[in-house]
Design a protein around this ligand. Structure first.
Ligand code: GDP
Length: 239
């Protein structure tokens, strides 16, 4: 009950660049909860992150020279809650050898990261389910990582077009456990769908936030095992 009373609210506009990592060993401590954003280059991922955080320059951070590494972490107002931008994937400018290296490190990140509570896959509503998207979807299904499909640039379609696109994506998905994959339309330019996206992220991060509130409440030292997201346990050794 105390936890309910004191649970802090995530303010997405509080997001601040924290650090870049080119491999898992450079990531922040694997505690709390983080949600990662993936998407092919030009899908609209930066615009979606900027719309969510109401910060028009935030995700540009990930595109500035020196920070075009694999993972960019953004801290939120709640301790140990983060957004993660997985940039660079599919960039035409990046040499193939580098892309293969990124693919290896990305797989490793997705596999080992216990605090990863869910993944948002950003796809241009007009061009969904490309090879990279399918790879991410297959991986999420295999590892039972909750996945939210963000069909962006929805302003390019009328209502009917949006509905049709959603139905086609739904039909095109591989078999998966019920409730693992959710989907919404989104428009960064119009600001449509921000509230739905926020709701999904809060849902994923809530268990960790509650655990943090309880630990803070009881004035106890935060037990790191307690605040690791329970939604994504990849191996028995993490239990
Ligand atoms: P990223 O490479 O996935 O980070 O993609 P960006 O966010 O940089 O967007 C790529 C292009 O799509 C840019 O020209 C954006 O202005 C445009 N774009 C992004 N989101 C939207 C949207 O919701 N609607 C429309 N019409 N264009 C968008």
């Amino acid at each position: 009950m105390t936890a309910l009373m004191t649970t802090q609210h995530i303010k997405f506009r509080s997001a601040e660049f924290a650090t870049s990592a080119s491999k898992v060993s450079e990531c922040p401590l694997d505690i709390g909860s983080e949600v990662a954003f993936a998407g092919r280059s030009n899908a609209g991922k930066s615009s979606a992150i900027n719309a969510l955080t109401r910060n028009p320059s935030l995700a540009r951070t990930s595109k500035t020279p020196g920070r075009t590494q694999l993972l960019n972490f953004f801290n939120l107002n709640i301790d140990q809650c983060r957004l993660v931008d997985l940039p660079g994937y599919g960039y035409a400018k990046v040499p193939v050898a580098m892309q293969l290296k990124w693919r290896k490190h990305l797989n490793e990140y997705l596999e080992v990261r216990a605090s990863l509570s869910g993944l948002v896959l950003v796809m241009d509503i007009r061009h969904p389910l490309k090879e990279f998207d399918r790879m991410i979807i297959d991986w999420c299904i295999a590892s039972e990582l909750p996945l939210h499909l963000l069909l962006t640039k929805a302003d390019k379609f009328k209502k009917n077009g949006i509905m049709k696109a959603k139905m086609e994506v739904k039909k095109g998905l591989p078999e998966h456990p019920e409730g693992l994959i959710s989907m919404q339309s989104f428009s960064a330019s119009k600001g449509d769908g921000i509230a739905d996206l926020e709701r999904q992220l809060v849902l994923w991060m809530k268990p960790a936030i509650n655990a943090i509130s309880v630990a803070t409440d009881s004035n106890a030292t935060i037990n790191h095992e307690q605040i690791i997201s329970p939604t994504h346990q990849t191996s028995p050794s993490e239990d």
